[in-house]
Design a protein around this ligand. Structure first.
Ligand SMILES: Cc1cc2nc3c(=O)[nH]c(=O)nc-3n(C[C@H](O)[C@H](O)[C@H](O)COP(=O)(O)OP(=O)(O)OC[C@H]3O[C@@H](n4cnc5c(N)ncnc54)[C@H](O)[C@@H]3O)c2cc1C
Length: 489
């Protein structure tokens, strides 16, 4: 589509996929601009080389049960790099014990009490077993904080030892503040459908979740690291990204949209027929404040959490002491817990065969939960020391790392609080009324890579449809006002 100009703001997986999809749909003649505020592409996708091994210090794997990430990888010709975790199982650490992580649960919510009993005290297991006998007053469409609802019905132990660590791993958030409908949608749907208890709803959700893919691998990654996606998307999108140009303002013009870019004092304007915003909620809130205050208000309902990933390359000899697990999720500190800083360790070579090395043993740690910014308010060396101390406490390993890396993710993960879906619906309703504007990203329908890719695909298609309609309307009017032609600054 010659003469068409589309700006994509934000170059994480969502913005990159949007730019790529726009290119495949609009063809080589369209002008697609990719605007990124930071100095690097990829957002939460970042791969480093540590001790000679590729290590993802942002997202490290994607869910295979949804099609979007796998399809994109195949489309980009990266499927030869596709790898799956080994069969080594993960563990969870709570009340001073490291235990097997139950496998048959929905983010810790079991379909049967027996599936989590090994993790709980006799009393805690009895509480879970009694949950189906409690009357449930569920109104269709209701939302609730996962942790609070579960505490009330199944006791604290299930939340503290399992659900909270699992949700902390995905959202860097706390179970008591995350909403059931957005984080466990299949459970909410089963409750709407008449399931008589949370366990019954989990049973329905677990059975439904098994159907589409049968027994295939649940997770995948790329042997060269997930950042391989970034280069492939940029090449496929045929764009020259503009780095270090944060978008600061957005305004409607008679023919499209105008972005204000750049640091204070160096502002420039960029006009486009259409704009896709693929930025985190705080940036969405700021950019939408003038043109769409109601959408901005909806975006402001989504808080974000900060976290950090710390990688250690340990001398090979450390492998001897490494537990026979793919990693350990650590429960947040309670009265009976050790005071650990780390919320999860991945023993990379145990989890991924391609991450094994003859020279080093890679350990990846993550830290930081919503509302606990203090844990991260230390310099990099202190974070590495804290990780080493926790590793020593859990495994006895005290070896000095041969290399380390610290990646900080300030505001990297949106918090899906109760009512999140309403906030997103309000945001999307406002955006849908604004011709030539779309949003994509982790704020919307899931923080995982497949969900982000899904929102990008939808955003790109929406824009292409709008441009096609506009072109048709312009042709009917006799060819005046061809989108983009009148728009050059
Ligand atoms: C540490 C960590 C581990 C994770 N692990 C996994 C995992 O294993 N599997 C999984 O599926 N998901 C994982 N996730 C979640 C997933 O990686 C993210 O939800 C996803 O990558 C978000 O992509 P995005 O493009 O929507 O946003 P981002 O990656 O946040 O990208 C947004 C981009 O917009 C830019 N930006 C912000 N404001 C502006 C502005 N005003 N102007 C221009 N640019 C701007 C930012 O600099 C950034 O590059 C993880 C997330 C984190 C932080």
């Amino acid at each position: 589509m010659s003469g068409t100009r589309v700006a994509v703001v934000g170059a994480g997986i969502s913005g990159l996929t949007t730019a790529y999809r726009l290119r495949t749909l609009l063809g080589p003649a369209a002008e697609i601009m990719l605007i990124e505020g930071s100095r690097r592409l990829g957002g939460a996708l970042r791969t480093v080389e540590l001790g000679g091994v590729a290590l993802d210090v942002g997202a490290e794997a994607f869910l295979m049960r949804r099609p979007e990430a796998l399809s994109l990888i195949e489309e980009l010709g990266l499927d030869e790099q596709l790898r799956h975790p080994t069969s080594v199982a993960p563990t969870v650490r709570a009340v001073g014990r490291t235990m097997a992580l139950p496998t048959r649960t929905m983010l810790g919510l079991p379909g049967a009490a027996a599936d989590v009993a090994g993790l709980l005290s006799a009393q805690g297991a009895a509480r879970v077993a009694s949950e189906p006998t409690m009357p449930l007053h569920w109104e269709v469409g209701r939302d609730a904080a996962v942790g609070l609802l579960l505490r009330e019905r199944a006791g604290d132990e299930l939340v503290d030892r399992l659900v909270d660590p699992l949700l902390g791993g995905v959202y860097a958030g706390r179970a008591d503040a995350l909403g059931l409908r957005a984080t466990l949608p299949a459970v909410a749907t089963a409750l709407d459908g008449g399931a008589g208890s949370l366990l019954a709803a989990a049973r329905v959700a677990l059975t439904a979740g098994r159907r589409p893919t049968g027994g295939g691998p649940v997770f995948g990654t790329l042997s060269g690291g997930l950042e391989s996606l970034v280069a492939a998307l940029v090449a496929g999108a045929a764009v020259r990204p503009r780095l270090g140009r944060p978008a600061r303002g957005l305004a409607r013009t008679p023919h499209g949209w105008r972005l204000q870019l750049g640091p204070a004092g160096e502002e420039e304007h960029l006009d486009a027929d259409a704009v896709v915003l693929a930025v985190p909620a705080p940036a969405l809130r700021r950019l939408l404040a003038d043109p769409l205050p109601a959408a901005s208000a909806a975006a402001s309902r989504v808080e974000v959490a900060s976290s950090a990933v710390i990688g250690l390359a340990l001398p090979r000899a450390a492998a001897e002491a490494l537990p026979e697990s793919s990693g350990v999720l650590v429960a947040a500190n309670g009265p009976l817990d050790e005071q650990l800083s780390v919320k999860a360790f991945t023993f990379c070579g145990r989890k991924w065969a391609h991450a094994r090395s003859a020279e080093v043993v890679l350990v990846r740690a993550s830290m930081g939960r919503h509302g606990e910014a203090r844990v991260l308010q230390r310099d990099d060396a202190e974070l590495v020391d804290a990780v080493r101390a926790d590793l020593a406490a859990l495994t006895g390993i005290t070896a000095t790392p041969v290399a380390t890396v610290v990646a900080r993710w300030g505001g990297g993960l949106p918090q899906y609080a109760p009512g999140h879906l309403d906030a997103v619906a309000a945001l999307e309703r406002e955006i849908a009324r604004s011709a030539g504007l779309a949003v994509a990203g982790a704020t919307l329908h899931g923080v995982g890579l497949p969900a982000c890719i899904g929102t990008a695909d939808t955003a790109a298609r929406r824009i292409v449809e709008y441009l096609a309609d506009r072109r048709t309307a312009s042709a009917v009017r006799g060819g005046v006002d061809v989108p983009g032609e009148t728009m050059r600054p």
